[in-house]
Design a protein around this ligand. Structure first.
Ligand code: ADP
Ligand code: MG
Length: 394
């Protein structure tokens, strides 16, 4: 399947005001930007617009403010962006309004203005038509590069796209193409590794890939929903109650599919969720009371790494354990190392899995690292994203 949407490459932007939706929803710690990956990911489209003499007006949400909140201003982002571009990016005091409008008039060819946090406007998440109209009035052209927000039908992702000529940015297109290719044109064997906290987050992906993948390898806390479904004691492990029913359903589906659904065969246990927890290995998968499973065990890690090394395509979403705690990071590290070294095509999505890879210094070794958590899962489930759908057809 081809992408099918109009590309920013084909947009006539010289001397025109371009409203570019970006995903600058970066982690802030005491007003400082923790990880600027998402800002850097927008640079190719931004550079292209500047080279072509566009007047770029950038808009993004940051966290989840309910109305104006000075602690969630985009100002630190404007500062970081100025450093990355090597020229000053001005910051508007609001998203829309007369003052913003006047500032947009002052933006020259190749210059960049960053609007305030789109969620300062209550109409943003409601896709309010009036807000969409006010946004559209600021610009001649709309470009969407905010893959991480493309699963939301908001005023800055959908409403405004319907009012202006609307193009896909380079990142948005690459995200959709890379993630779609895993499902639609993988080299086999296709190995899918799923972990993280909840089965319910990933059930849609499990169901779809039981029909597409050669194997699905389960790790993380979600494996305990599977064990519970099989009647295996899980001790004090994190178990999502709704997940037990879903896991039973997945096990049932797996029986009639050509895909093998694999669960851990050994575990690392801790007596509390903390880096100072007492720790012990468990040769099987039963977890006694007073203990919780916090990582996959070494035999499982080796088996999963081996499957990854033989895969034509690898999709990984969700850590294998509580990797933030050093004593329980080994399983996630082993999988990360295997993915980094894999000869097949490797695609990783999910905020925590990507953070884990970055923490291990392995991010560069993966073929595609998605910037979108929820959006990447929705796409992998086979859903069309509203932010993509709203763009002009090619
Ligand atoms: P991603 O962001 O990659 O999609 P998730 O958000 O689904 O991943 O899950 C990540 C979280 O799951 C991490 O905070 C990690 O600590 C937690 N987690 C993984 N395995 C376990 C476990 N066995 N027990 C408790 N928490 C776990
Ligand atoms: Mg997460």
């Amino acid at each position: 399947m081809s992408f099918g949407k109009a590309s920013v490459r084909d947009a006539d932007v010289a001397g025109r005001r371009v409203l570019m939706r970006v995903d600058f929803n970066v982690p802030l710690e005491d007003g400082r930007i923790g990880d600027d990956t998402r800002i850097r990911a927008a640079m190719p489209t931004l550079e292209l617009l500047r080279e072509r003499g566009a007047r770029a007006l950038l808009v993004s949400h940051l966290d989840r403010p309910k109305g104006f909140d000075p602690a969630l201003s985009m100002r630190p982002v404007a500062a970081r962006l100025s450093e990355l571009l090597g020229s000053e990016v001005r910051q508007a005091p609001a998203v829309v309004g007369e003052e913003v409008r006047e500032m947009t008039q002052g933006v020259g060819d190749g210059e960049v203005l960053l609007l305030e946090n789109s969620r300062f406007e209550p109409g943003e998440t409601k896709n309010d038509p009036e807000l969409a109209r006010s946004l559209a009035d600021l610009a001649d052209v709309y470009v969407d590069d905010a893959f991480g927000a493309a699963h939301r039908a908001h005023a800055t992702t959908v409403g405004v796209a319907e009012l202006l000529p609307a193009y896909a940015g380079l990142l948005l297109q690459a995200e959709v193409e890379n993630l779609t290719a895993v499902a639609e044109s993988p080299d086999h064997p296709l190995v899918v590794i799923l972990g993280g906290a909840k089965v319910s987050d990933k059930m849609g992906v499990i169901t779809r890939f039981l029909d597409l993948a050669d194997s699905i390898l389960i790790g993380g806390a979600m494996c305990f929903s599977f064990f519970r479904a099989r009647g295996i004691p899980t001790g004090d492990s994190l178990v999502e109650e709704e997940g037990v029913r879903l896991a039973a359903e997945a096990l049932q589906l797996a029986e009639s599919s050509g895909c093998e659904l694999r669960l851990p065969m050994d575990l690392v246990l801790g007596d509390s969720f903390s880096a100072g927890a007492e720790r012990r290995k468990s040769d099987g998968t039963e977890v006694p009371d007073g203990w919780m499973g916090l990582d996959i065990g070494p035999r499982t890690a080796r088996a999963y790494a081996d499957a990854v090394s033989k895969a034509g395509t690898v999709l990984w979403n969700g850590p294998m354990g509580a990797f933030e705690l050093e004593p329980f990071a080994a399983g996630t590290r082993a999988v990360a190392e295997a993915v980094a070294a894999a000869p097949g095509r490797t695609v990783v999505g999910g905020g925590d899995s990507v953070a884990a890879l970055q923490g291990f210094g392995l991010a560069e070794k993966v073929d595609w690292l998605s910037t979108g958590g929820g959006a990447s899962l929705e796409l992998l489930e086979g859903h069309e994203l509203p932010g993509v759908k709203a763009l002009d057809d090619a």
